[in-house]
Design a protein around this ligand. Structure first.
Ligand code: MN
Length: 206
């Protein structure tokens, strides 16, 4: 298998009560696993198309790969973005960059929450590093793969699909988004920020 389901680095119940163990187990072992299987299947079917020389289904397979690989990537980052014993706020260069590009931490949170809560349908809210302008942005990612430009590197991702919160929060999305800030693993976000800045200049500018 090209893509494999990563193990969580904490127990399913470790994020309770912000996210219940029941949701975490279903979300990881069923939903995320299905994206992994779908991404592998799309690659296998592309190999079959190459062998047969029949590329009639390629547009569908390309959409399948983007959707399922997107789902695999997004959830892999999301699990790492959270943790049971995390600092309340970012520190160091990330904290300074948030102030630079959003005004201050509270304004950043307000915009991120608004992005999360105004997604039409299923998607994700992102804090990202834009390698084109070397800046932080907040994005709405639609479904698992839409509405975000390439060379955008996600640093912090919040799953706003109903499967991510409905068992715990029903339709009260705002409480889910509020609880998310209790479990953000800022150490992981800072690691992604430093890595994104480091390789970003070689992606576009040479
Ligand atoms: Mn999900």
């Amino acid at each position: 298998m090209t893509y494999t389901l990563p193990e969580l680095t904490y127990d399913y119940g470790a994020l309770d009560p912000s996210i219940s163990g029941e949701i975490m187990e279903l979300h990881h072992s069923k939903h995320h696993a299905a994206y992994v299987a779908g991404a592998n299947q799309a690659l296998e079917q592309m190999a079959e198309a190459r062998d047969s020389g029949n590329f009639g289904t390629l547009p569908k397979l390309e959409k399948d790969l983007a959707f399922h690989l997107g789902g695999h990537t997004n959830h892999s980052i999301f699990w790492k973005n959270m943790g049971p014993d995390s600092p309340d706020r970012p520190s160091g260069e990330l904290a300074a960059a948030i102030d630079e590009f959003f005004g201050d931490f509270d304004k950043f949170v307000a915009q991120f929450n608004a992005a999360a809560l105004s997604i039409q349908g299923s998607g994700w809210a992102l804090l990202s590093w834009d390698a084109v302008a070397s800046r932080l942005n907040i994005n709405q990612l639609y479904d698992q793969q839409g509405n975000v430009a390439v060379l955008t590197t996600p640093l912090l991702m919040l799953d706003m699909w109903e499967h991510a919160f409905y068992l715990d929060y029903k339709n009260v999305k705002g409480d889910y988004v509020k609880a998310f800030w209790n479990i953000v693993n800022w150490s992981d976000v800072e690691m992604r920020f430093n890595a994104a800045k480091k390789h970003a200049s070689s992606l576009l500018l040479g």
